[in-house]
Design a protein around this ligand. Structure first.
Ligand SMILES: C[S@@+](CC[C@H](N)C(=O)[O-])C[C@H]1O[C@@H](n2cnc3c(N)ncnc32)[C@H](O)[C@@H]1O
Length: 253
């Protein structure tokens, strides 16, 4: 009786069509997803292939416009792992001497006996360089506990180090010099943070920024120049490797 009623109201062919449609809907969804994935990965590959000659041969300033790269932040875990594995040991090699010595020179020239804040101080290499100068005080902050531990092991007299995230750091202290030495690439809106830190400058205080010369650096310099006056800048070239850095002295407008 029940079977007859079902047969009467829902003819078998409708059920079959319904089943086929449902199965095919799932099937076509899978096919569509597969095609979308293939298109996305082909597009990524194509982008890489197209970017390759740009990366290889184009001047940095043009790359900055065409690729308009974005800064990315890196977690403290990754930094700790990299410092523990020695991935950043190269910062202590001869290749990097140029930029540390320019920063030291700028500190001595513009602000002898300065109170210095080193933002993203890493393992304290700059603190070590500054220890030969008659600075008044030095505070280095960094996201990586591993880096700060190494910095503290240097036992630099008068230098203080603290684990802190630049994006959340607050202080009531004032400084004559605030250094951003190879850190701005890791902040999503670096100019906002530099502006915020600049509020901790003593009257007449300066900012020193060092960045490796590459495409996202070019964009960051542009944004910094909009809010700060550039008192001086050098472009360093480490001739054997061809690596270039810009090191500039800025002050709030
Ligand atoms: C390339 S290293 C440069 C270290 C040091 N300034 C030097 O030149 O020797 C960049 C440093 O920025 C730190 N850093 C990155 N993001 C940070 C954040 N949000 N707050 C504090 N430090 C950060 C890293 O832990 C790392 O030590």
């Amino acid at each position: 009786m029940v079977a007859e009623t079902i047969d009467k109201h829902i003819p078998r062919t409708s059920i079959r069509i319904f089943c086929i449609c449902t199965v095919s809907a799932g099937f076509w969804k899978e096919v569509a997803l597969f095609i979308a994935n293939e298109i996305a990965s082909t597009a990524r590959l194509l982008k890489k292939v197209l970017e390759w000659p740009i990366h290889k041969f184009m001047p940095v300033a043009i790359k900055a416009v065409i690729l308009s790269p974005r800064n990315t932040s890196i977690s403290d875990k990754t930094w700790n792992h990299e410092y523990d594995s020695g991935a950043w040991d190269f910062l202590s090699t001869t290749k990097e001497v140029g930029r540390y010595s320019v920063i030291l020179g700028y500190c001595l020239h513009f602000k002898p006996a300065a109170r210095i804040l080193d933002v993203g101080c890493g393992t304290g290499i700059l603190a070590h360089w500054l220890s030969s100068a008659a600075i008044s005080s030095y505070l280095g902050i960094d996201l990586s506990a591993a880096a700060i531990e190494k910095a503290r092991q240097l036992n630099i007299q008068g230098a203080e180090f603290a684990v802190a995230d630049v994006t959340a750091f607050k202080t009531s202290e004032v400084f004559d010099v605030i250094v951003f030495n190879e850190i701005l690439y890791y902040l999503k809106t670096p100019e906002d943070h530099v502006r915020r830190f600049a509020q901790s400058l003593a009257p007449g205080g300066i900012l020193i920024v060092s960045m490796w010369h590459h495409a996202d650096g070019v964009n960051t310099w542009k944004r910094l120049r909009a809010g700060f006056e550039e008192l001086d800048r050098v472009r360093l070239v480490h001739v054997p490797s061809g690596i270039k850095w810009n090191v500039a002295v800025l002050r709030p407008r």
